[in-house]
Ligand binder design. Structure first.
Ligand code: AHM
Ligand code: MG
Length: 332
């Protein structure tokens, strides 16, 4: 049985020039994950479910657990001192860690501390998503916005935690996707899924079909395609939508499938955020052999312009994303 900590240290040895900072950063994320996991497991008993009544900068009502998770990840990352700044779904602006140690660190972290948080109240799986970059600004100075506005291909590492029927941490440093399952009695993550690869073709599509009438024509055509009967391609596909990106993604990663959150008539940029939702998930999907697109171009090559920028998202098995893109192109 290999623990997450042992695995990370083992992988670091493949890079003799590595300084160990990324290793320490990942261990800070692991620590915060355990604290948040413990709290989520008590949801329903303690007064931690429901909304705070406060809206974040994106006009979404924050849940109590959103803020709890945000505080824990922020505190763990700041305390470990390997990060010069963070950006979070729950923070209006990026945060610069202006201590001497912070300014001398080379990594920035972008995160969605608790994705799908409205699902907690009804005991449905939620997740944490994180994305790590090397800063662009000089070491020794406070971070600047440009350190966060980097295209996804520049990611050094990305990952997510799924607080599901078991809790898993899945990450990649650009060398395959590895999954670790938490043994709750010990609070230890053990390697359970090494080098995950997603099937080229899946049989599941995940989309909030309640918005159907507001979808672009290309998406409507693709949904029709998913529902048609054709034995040679094993259609109709199965529709599965949890409404927690991490959970929908995790299932599709393991079994093959496509997740779509397209633009809609009322939200032309879609709903999901490029920097701390789509980019890390796209990085993992590509590492697992799949694809991620905004319907027309590769997510990881998009140059961000804003911290909380939204983007349409098509992510999953490569053949499925190719077909969806072809229909988007045809019905533009
Ligand atoms: P959140 O970050 O505010 O939780 O929103 C992101 C979530 C995703 O996890 C999920 O896939 C999507 O929003 C669901 O949205 P909808 O309810 O519109 O289908
Ligand atoms: Mg989110």
């Amino acid at each position: 049985m290999i623990t997450l900590g042992e695995f990370i240290i083992d992988k670091q040895q493949d890079f003799p020039e590595a300084s160990g900072e990324l290793t320490l950063l990942l261990s800070a994320i692991q620590l915060a994950t355990k604290v948040v996991n413990r709290e989520i497991n008590k949801a329903g008993l303690a007064d931690i479910t429901g909304s705070t009544g406060v809206e974040n900068v994106q006009g979404e009502v924050q849940q109590k657990m959103d803020l709890y998770a945000n505080d824990k990840f922020k505190a763990a990352l700041e305390a470990r001192g390997e990060v010069c700044g963070i950006a979070s779904e729950e923070e209006d602006e990026f945060i610069s860690f202006n201590t001497e140690r912070g300014c001398n660190s080379k990594y920035v972290v972008l995160m969605d501390p608790l994705d799908g948080s409205s699902n907690i109240d009804v005991n449905v799986s939620v997740g944490t998503i994180f994305s790590i970059y090397k800063r662009k600004s000089p070491i020794g100075t406070p971070v600047v916005l440009e350190d966060f506005l980097q295209p996804g291909i520049e990611q050094v590492a990305a990952g997510y935690v799924i607080y599901g029927s078991s809790t898993m941490l899945v990450y990649s440093t650009g060398n395959g996707v590895h999954g670790f399952t938490c043994d709750p009695s010990l609070g230890v993550f053990y390697l359970s899924h090494q080098n995950m690869q997603t099937p080229k073709e899946g049989k599941t599509y995940s989309i909030n079909e309640g918005n159907y009438l507001k979808f672009p024509q290309g998406v409507k055509k693709y949904l029709k395609y998913c529902q048609e009967i054709d034995e040679s391609t094993q259609r109709p596909y199965t529709s599965r939508y949890i409404g927690s990106l991490v959970s929908d993604f995790h299932r599709n990663l393991l079994t093959g499938g496509i997740y779509i959150y397209p633009s809609t008539a009322s939200a032309p940029e879609g709903k999901l955020r490029l920097l701390y939702e789509c980019n890390p998930i796209a990085f993992l999907m590509e590492q697992a052999g799949g694809k991620a697109s905004d319907g027309f171009q590769r997510i990881l090559e998009i140059q961000p312009t804003e911290l909380h920028q939204r983007i349409p998202f098509f992510c999953g098995s490569s053949n499925m994303v190719d077909t969806a893109e072809a229909m988007m192109e045809e019905h533009q």
